[in-house]
Design a protein around this ligand. Structure first.
Ligand SMILES: O=C(O)CCC(=O)C(=O)O
Ligand SMILES: [Fe+2]
Length: 331
């Protein structure tokens, strides 16, 4: 079936909530029904909340509390782990060091980035499969020893949720459920711990938490700290729709790799965050892509004579590398 003729005829005004407890159901019809819900959200919004994701509140609370501790360290401690010192850009990025929206002056956030740790794989071998971001993480072992285990516990739980979603995305695209299995062997899954200071009243909208952008991978799993509104998602009428934290849920949003793969049938939707809560705000996105050598070729059901291929075919790694260079000056 062609997916190119089904499309949204209205701009979305809210973001659906999908219960994914059936993601690994042994009942095929339940998995299929869930995939159809996901298909609708991917085609109409590019964002959805998930509940029933199975990550324990304890794992989430520990990660969030360690993340508060990390960002409370003195700047000089955090700067010891600055990502520019790392060959693969892991570690700490200070306030205003990134700029996601070229019209802006910098993102009002500081971050800590880490990825998959595979003790079996040497750094060189990892780089070969995972490209520029592969290799060791930079942890504040001495200054905050409990940060690594708490962060990795949440990371592994979130990666597991991500792995349960790929077969559903495949079904949603009328592909076999295992379509992404051989393309996601090495978990190109990067996690960023983020801290957004309150938006200063004196700043206009050219210095905000994170400027308007799309994500670069297949999809992102975002944990927002409860109670603080910041994330907004843009619809086709250029209206900003609020995506507040909702208890018990995570936000899933699609990124550019899926847009390329699906010839924009799945939407990589523009979003931004402005922390107007007056308090410190924290969030944890996990960017879930395919292995970096995988070519982002459009899926047959997403191309037609009326909708020819929109993107040049590149590998996932080439794409991410080009976006990193544009956003952080990493080459
Ligand atoms: O902090 C948020 O809510 C959004 C973060 C985000 O969009 C990103 O890091 O790509
Ligand atoms: Fe994003």
């Amino acid at each position: 079936m062609s997916l190119t003729t089904i499309g949204p005829d209205t701009a979305f005004e809210n973001i659906p909530i999908i219960d994914i407890s059936d993601a690994r159901s042994t009942d095929t019809s339940k998995r299929y029904a869930l995939a159809m819900e996901i298909r609708k959200a991917c085609m109409e919004v590019g964002f959805f909340y998930v509940k029933g994701h199975g990550i324990s509140q304890l794992i989430i609370d520990n990660a969030v509390s360690e993340l508060h501790n990390f960002f409370s360290l003195p700047l000089e401690y955090k700067m010891k782990l600055e990502n520019k010192k790392s060959p693969n850009f892991k570690g700490y990025s200070p306030l205003l060091s990134g700029n996601n929206d070229p019209n802006n002056k910098g993102d009002l956030q500081e971050g800590f980035e880490f990825g998959w740790e595979d003790p079996q794989l040497s750094v060189d071998a990892a780089r070969e499969v995972d490209g520029v971001m592969a290799g060791a993480n930079a942890w504040p072992h001495e200054d905050l020893p409990s940060f690594r285990p708490a962060s990795l516990a949440y990371y592994h739980a979130a990666v597991d949720v991500g792995k349960s979603l790929f077969p559903l995305f495949a079904l949603a695209l009328d592909l076999s459920e295992d379509f992404f299995d051989d393309k996601t062997r090495h978990s190109a899954a990067l996690m960023r711990m983020l801290h957004y200071p309150p938006q200063p009243p004196t700043e206009g909208d050219r210095v905000i938490g994170i400027g308007a952008h799309t994500d670069w991978e297949c999809f992102t799993i975002l944990l927002q700290e409860p109670g603080k509104m910041a994330l907004q998602v843009q619809n086709t009428k250029q209206q900003w729709i609020d995506a507040p934290p909702i208890d018990g849920t995570l936000v899933i949003n699609l990124g550019d790799q899926f847009a390329r793969w699906t010839n924009d049938v799945f939407k990589s939707t523009v979003h931004r965050a402005i922390n107007k809560s007056g308090k410190e705000r924290y969030s944890i996105p996990l960017f879930f892509g395919t292995d970096y050598h995988v070519r982002l070729e459009p899926i047959a059901s997403c191309v037609s004579t009326d909708r020819p291929s929109r993107y040049e075919v590149v590998t996932a790694g080439e794409y991410v590398k080009s976006r990193l260079a544009a956003t952080y000056g990493h080459y």
